[in-house]
Design a protein around this ligand. Structure first.
Ligand code: SF4
Length: 269
């Protein structure tokens, strides 16, 4: 069994507790217009091209997406997406086990949407648990509940996005409605697993008091997650659209004061 993975990042402090290794699966069933990892959206391997670094040496003229080991000496072209077996992922993850143990960290499976390659994810989670590694799954939640059922026994933590409570806004900016996402989250909040809800804050999309009040009302009814994190939009992924030959939609970066104000509506302190 294989999965297409586009990155494995060690020493992450932002994808769950402690020091973590984050495994990024390729392919997503949402198309968030602010996505800072546009290379994660397609399930197919892709060639990223940084035109301004290219010296036109011609070495890559016959390059295909299957030439996984190709190296451009100017870092102008790279293949995005490699096929991994479960054992190959585990081998990478296990290298930092000592750091997980001392920091309370572990592995986080992310994407794209890692739950769309559910059988591979399930096998990898099982192996991680057999090796005593804390597991987190980062998901947008637009997935049949049966997939959650499969991985729940081997998942310690879900990192779960609420992108918008308003259904029309959700559909307009992500391509799908939030009905299934909110239903699944309700079930997760009632289960024993830990859940951290993450709210990307995007100017002109969901940065309103009304949106935050609706999230709070949802938690009041369905229960609060262990943690709520706010992820303000940043522009660091904008250049990646160019490397894929796509046009980029720009959003304003929200200021700190605004983020604090919105935070206080949900988690006052
Ligand atoms: S190998 Fe790199 S520098 Fe050479 S033509 Fe290809 S992209 Fe440009």
């Amino acid at each position: 069994m294989k999965a297409t993975i586009f990155d494995i990042q060690r020493n992450s402090y932002v994808d769950g507790p402690g020091i973590r290794t984050t495994v990024f699966f390729k392919g997503c069933n949402l198309k968030c217009r602010w996505c800072h990892n546009p290379e994660s959206q397609s399930f197919e391997k892709q060639i990223l091209f940084y035109q301004n670094k290219c010296t036109r040496c011609g070495r890559c003229k016959d390059l295909t997406v299957d030439d996984e080991n190709f190296i451009c000496f100017n870092d102008a072209k790279e293949i995005c997406g490699k096929e991994y077996s479960v054992d190959k992922v585990l081998k990478e993850v296990i290298k930092d086990k000592a750091f997980y143990e001392t920091s309370g960290g572990g592995v986080t499976f992310s994407g794209g949407e890692c739950m769309l390659q559910i059988d591979f994810l399930l096998e990898t989670l099982k192996k991680c648990k057999e090796n005593g590694i804390h597991t987190a799954v980062d998901t947008a939640g637009h997935i049949p509940w049966e997939s959650f059922d499969k991985i729940l026994p081997f998942t310690d933590l879900f990192l779960y996005d609420i992108k918008a409570m308003n259904e029309e806004i959700h559909k307009k900016y992500t391509g799908v409605t939030n009905t299934r996402i909110l239903k699944n989250l309700k079930k997760l909040l009632k289960s024993d697993v830990d859940v951290w809800v993450r709210i990307p804050v995007i100017s002109g999309v969901n940065d309103t008091e009304n949106e935050m009040k609706n999230i709070k009302a949802y938690f009041d009814i369905n229960g609060y997650p262990e943690k709520v994190e706010f992820l303000p939009y940043h522009a660091m992924g904008e250049h990646k659209y160019e490397t894929l030959g796509k046009s980029v939609e720009k959003f304003e970066v929200p200021d700190k004061e605004k983020i604090e104000k919105l935070k206080n509506i949900i988690v006052p302190y």
